[in-house]
Design a protein around this ligand. Sequence first.
Ligand code: MLT
Length: 242
Amino acid sequence: MKIFVYHTPELTPENQVPDCAVVIDVLRATTTIATAINGGAKSVKAFSDIDLLLAESEVLLAKERLRLGERGGKKVESCDMGNSPLDCTREIVEGKQLFISTTNGTRALQRVQNADVVMTAAMINYGAAVKYIKSNHPEIVWLVGSGWEGGYSLEDTVCAGAIASELIDYNNVDMIGNDEVISAIALYHQWKDNLEDLFALASHGQRLLRLNLVEDLKYCAQKNIMDILPMQKQKNTLVFTN
Ligand code: MLT
């Protein structure tokens, strides 16, 4: 197995696909996706374009679907909800098909949609991704952060580091696909007991704090509170596995 970390969709190689891609958007898309699926959502379909989301979700009755839209941390007017994982309670999401578009996370998903296996991870469920990779031994694994509008983000890289730290065997240097793997692991070791403070330093964490979303930050900073692995079933449609 060889592991690569890419900080953003833009840094992810084009015209290649790995055996397994793990998409990470800790603040907040992949935390929201895991929470929704854990709460009984039937599926979560990701769109980078809001108009496409509105058009495709239109084929379902309003009671069968939920539209989640976020730009710049705020709810998109035409959608039912924004991108807060705290809104994805069982009462709200159970049995529903979710349609989601966010600033960066859904773009990252689209970037690797052709990989053989695509899953999402966040701090709240990264152990499920580790478990899957350890038992299925994909040859090439990409851990892909969503970043913010093309830039690096601490929260995604620290999660990539958490996953990589459980997979890498330092005696087998061939497992290390790029230098980003080692720096992500170092970031994780530095902050693993203090993730909430790291997120408060992160630029998107600060953006969310300015929007009074401190509870979202606290929730997203928890480690492995659910054993859920959202896995791509069709292009950009994630379903429950564990
Ligand atoms: C994103 O895709 O950039 C996010 O998930 C933003 C957010 O809603 O916090």
